[in-house]
Design a binder for this molecule. Sequence first.
Ligand code: MRU
Length: 345
Amino acid sequence: MKSIEWLGNALRILDQSKLPVETVYRDALSYEDVAEAIEHMEVRGAPAIGAAAAYGFALGAQGYQGNIEGLPGYMEVVQDRLGATRPTAVNLFWALRRMEDRLRECREVKDLAEVRQILIEEADHIAEDDRRVNGLIGEYGNEIIPEKANILTHCNAGALATVEYGTALGVIRKANETGKTIHVYADETRPLLQGARLTTMELMQDKIPVTLIADNMAGYLMQQGKVDLVIVGADRIAANGDTANKIGTYSLAVLAQAHAIPFYVAAPTSTIDLKVATGQEIPIEERPDKEMRECFGVQVAPAEVNVYNPAFDVTPAKYITGIITEKGIMTNPYSVNILKLMVRS
Ligand code: MRU
């Protein structure tokens, strides 16, 4: 199952909001279609959002009606719309900036069809890079996985959250592929149940043993010695290593430390935001109240109850045993080691 696929004139998006019950695709024909798919979380997960937005940018140029001189001004509107969809995952802004830079390099190209083609190729490169990078994260991450391990993960940082293979699930996949005996506990991840709906499905398709737990069960499992390590993905990593990821990640990290269990983050370097000094500066998305009062169309709380629904939290760097990237694994002090890693080719 591919999260996104470029069809030549449209972006095919697997609607993850309906999985695993229904497998439905949306063929996005315009940048507005892509923006809506990101907002409605039909495509979700930081790297997948980034790649989808890049194709959305390319679709913006496809739909442009005017002359070549007016294109840069129009593309600012496209970029603003795509950038306003979800605020936390920095991969979205990273990918849009890469597309913007590529457009700027085309200043001398006076043929609109050629510029459109160049932008599609750049989006293809972003998608291709994501595939390659996830393979490397899997390889580096596999170094820290014991021959036999019970691994706890949260939300979905798998193939569905990326272009292919996954970050946290990429590490788990690689460990499984290399013959290690892996068993995964998947947190269900309220309110949108990405763990229950998506992570379990992905792992079952790969025949990796998985047990679904409710989010509030993790501490009890750790206390019983049932978890050897925790691996999660990331939506934005600050320059000091503080990491924003799906709401509930912070609680897991604190619990892991209390039980002396290693806690790893797996993410591409495109998730590192050096412009953000600490996690306090990371914008945290708040989602609609409805997601809490209802569970997939079924009312589960009084219709008028007050709701607070932050989609992400920030895990301070001190709780993170290591950050697994495509350039290697970093440990504390992150402020120094992130800078060293970013300059490495
Ligand atoms: O709200 P979502 O489902 O987009 O949140 C996804 C996560 O928090 C993932 O862990 C993160 O994006 C990493 S995906 C490789």
